[in-house]
Write a protein that binds this ligand. Sequence first.
Ligand code: HEM
Length: 438
Amino acid sequence: MIRAASIHLPMWGAGLAAAFRLAGTAIRDRAALAPLLGTAAGQREVFAVLRAFWPNLRVGRKLVTAYDNTGTAVVTRRSEVTEVLDREADFAVVYEPKMRAITAGENFFLGMQDGVDYQRDTSSMRLAARRDDVARIVQPFAAEEAAAIVAVARGTLDVPAALTRRVPARLVARYFGLPYDSEETLIDQATRMFWYLFVDLKGEESVSAPALAAAAAARDWIDACIAARKANPSAQDDVLGRCLALQAAGVPGMDDRGIRNNLIGLVIGLVPTLSKAATQALSQLLDRPDALAMAQVAARAGDDARLAEIVFEALRFDPVNPVIYRRAVRDTEIARGTWRSLRIPKGTMVLAANLSAMFDSLAMEKPEAFRPGRPWGDYMLWGYGMHACFGGWINRAVVPAMLKPVLAKQGLRRAEGEAGRIDGRTPFPANMTVLFDD
Ligand code: HEM
């Protein structure tokens, strides 16, 4: 009893404190509450309250209207976040209709439940985009590009616009083997498609129309890349080259259309996410002088492993996505046999709060502390379970590699005023300017 209370007490204390802070904000300035809840800091407060007092809840209201559903449930403790994402047969991904709209036909593996097609496509793409590519091709390329960009910046750098969007775009050409005419166009298309697929929970026309136009253009572009490579075979060691080798070997699902669908999925997954992660991690560091100093020491010493620990600890406070959503395929229950058990009717959209799971004091030590070097399993920065990010190892290499030359600069600080903050115009950072001594 005493031990259970001592484990739970800090969580209850943190939940109460967060509830008071939220109530204080609401009393002082009601209008300030909604914008606060749009930030990771505000969401962390709400999740702290829920984890302590109402960890699993269901509301009749449909918070997500972009996909058919019968209501919404939110799960906030690590135990239920992992339960929902582990029970893939009961809680299914919902993206299929939007994936089909993007490809003008077929599904992509993130929109599939486990089965023959999912295993076929993920297995083929693991042969095309290999783990050892990360150290051999991806990390050195990203590091070189980032260093070149920062080297010509004269004391000022608009981080997403000049650096963190550009390096992933260049990876698409070099590593995926998909050259393009305009970096801006590629970034815009990938970002619009990602927004439509994963962020637009309301199904807004202003998001879907440009995304579907971008998808049509992206399909044509990838088709042209495939045709060009087939017309002029090259020995370039890249993902497209390996897809074509699999095609030549007669691997199912690797016809031209299958290759295009898989590559469009990877392009969408790569460009906006890496940029957003790097920008948000840097922003968190800029808010914490001690952590920033630690990161700068590691960057200047060339201690890449330490730098990565610090950068990903920073990203934990503001990850790219705060929740991962699934839909119940049947009437079921979670946290069975505990006081937290919750009945989930078929069709319920379940929001598994990965941000909250990364602050669950029942599952990790002192989650509110900035403590680099936590066990990697404490992090849930890009999903969990069967659909956990295909690019996980790429992320671990590229995010710190892009930030390293910036962090190595002396006198690193935000630009004055709004320019030094992440612009909030879209869900994807477009501008955040930093200054440094040249
Ligand atoms: C820091 C950058 C990234 C973040 C935050 C991120 C985030 C995520 C998340 C949250 C998921 C799971 C979605 C779900 O379960 O509903 C996921 C899956 C996926 N990601 Fe990423 N991602 C990143 C980078 C990348 C990159 C670089 C690629 C391509 C190389 C990529 C390709 C994919 C694919 C294909 C899946 C589906 C995996 C599957 O269904 O088995 N992502 N990502």
